[in-house]
Design a protein around this ligand. Structure first.
Ligand SMILES: [Zn+2]
Length: 413
């Protein structure tokens, strides 16, 4: 490893350590919420939500730290390399079988480390707080389906990537960036058709008040919205939500059945208007373009760091040695953790825009405020998280900010 590489890896690790410590500190000591909150929430409600969020945040950061520690342990102790050599030996020096076996081994280890955290936050905590409506068997079915999908897709990705390192030794990162860009579009197009139905049932909204609402809002937004689907979210959770997804002909707005059953019509209208605003403003395509930029940046940096770290190894002809996978994963893990503020800042900007457009479409800030209050109460959102935690991890503005934006619209539409 060159001195420069040492500086880069140390900086990344120290930064990730500082971010993690700050995250843990603000999770344990979130401070006071602004007085403006008491107009909408009781202290008991705020406290209860913070208790729930404290658990969820601690589990998420511990899971990240556990996986990162595993990767560092593998890279730093030269275990990654030793195991790589051993597997090559076992497969009779046949490269692709060795690569696949090595990938599966590392994948299984990372899965095993994350599993207790996933199970605790996704099943145990959700039952303790009365959110989960899922049986243990059903949770495991989801977990296994999701893992199988991940294994196949990331396995194919790793094979292609390593093949590319042999084919284009100096420019594989550009080829991988191009491929990933195409894949982002294809997978966004296919996700609602192939992946989402593996986990849920989707029904078009029936004729009735919701349908009428959709038609009127779509008219005002100047959109041809033909796909509004209701998802059977209640088979897993009592939490309510909605989302906008897909590309071209697969574009759709999905409403949780828990939203339609538990919220008054004008609040449902506020949700639909918000999702339509994402549609009208082309947020998915804009998000994908950001994703493409990030892919090239990330892969280019990855190549640069690998070249500094494994200078002699990657100068050899042929595809990269399988054990480089672990260093690649560590790099991506650290950089995507540290890149969250940028990603979330972009996402929050789109969400603020969608809220604003939604208010223009419905002209009903009161309903938007009630919706935010109701959602936060029932989903136990932290209505005003510590600034650092919002900066690092919030893809949406916090509840109180969304309420205040709607209040501003009410006084000054
Ligand atoms: Zn949104």
């Amino acid at each position: 490893m060159t001195a420069k590489a040492g500086v880069i890896w140390t900086t990344l690790l120290i930064l990730a350590g500082i971010f993690s410590l700050a995250f843990i500190f603000f999770t344990l000591f979130p401070g006071k919420v602004p007085d403006a909150a008491w107009q909408y929430f009781t202290p008991a409600e705020v406290e209860r939500a913070r208790h729930y969020q404290r658990t969820m945040r601690l589990v998420s950061i511990l899971a990240f730290l556990a996986q990162t520690t595993l990767l560092v342990w593998l890279v730093a102790g030269a275990r990654a390399m030793g195991w790589g050599d051993a597997i090559l030996h076992l497969t009779g020096e046949r490269y692709y079988p060795a690569l696949i076996a090595y990938f599966i081994l590392i994948w299984l280890l990372l899965k095993a480390v994350a599993l207790p955290f996933n199970f605790y936050s996704g099943f145990i905590v959700q039952h303790q707080w009365g959110f989960s409506t899922q049986s243990l068997v059903s949770w495991w079915m989801d977990y296994l389906k999701g893992s199988a999908l991940d294994l196949i897709l990331s396995g194919a990705g790793v094979l292609l990537l390593f093949w590319a390192t042999g084919r284009w030794p100096f420019t594989w990162w550009g080829a991988a960036g191009l491929f990933l860009s195409g894949w982002l579009f294809v997978s966004t197009f296919l996700w609602p058709l192939i992946v989402a139905p593996l986990f849920n049932r989707f029904q078009p909204v029936n004729e009735g008040p919701v349908k009428t609402m959709v038609t009127q809002l779509a008219g005002r937004a100047g959109l041809k919205v033909d796909q509004i689907l209701v998802m059977d979210a209640s088979r897993r959770t009592t939490k309510a939500n909605a989302y906008f997804t897909g590309l071209g002909t697969t574009k759709r707005i999905v409403l949780y059945d828990t939203l339609l059953d538990g919220y008054p019509p004008e609040e449902v209208e506020a949700v639909i208007a918000h999702e339509m605003a994402h549609w009208q403003r082309g947020h998915i395509v804009r998000g994908l373009l950001w994703g493409i930029l990030a892919s090239f940046l990330l892969l280019g940096l990855l190549y640069a760091v690998l070249k500094l770290t494994f200078t002699y190894e990657i100068a050899r002809p042929g595809p990269y040695a399988p054990h480089l996978l672990v260093a690649m994963l560590l790099f991506l893990q650290l950089v995507s953790f540290l890149g969250q503020p940028a990603q979330n800042a972009i996402s929050r900007r789109y969400e603020i825009e969608a809220d604003r457009v939604a208010l223009e479409l419905t002209g009903n800030p009161g309903a938007m405020i009630n919706l935010q209050v109701n959602l936060a109460r029932k989903n136990l959102s932290d209505i005003s998280p510590p600034a650092f935690i919002e900066w690092l991890t919030y893809s949406h503005p916090a509840t109180l900010e969304r309420i205040q934006a709607a209040e501003k619209h009410r006084t000054n539409p």
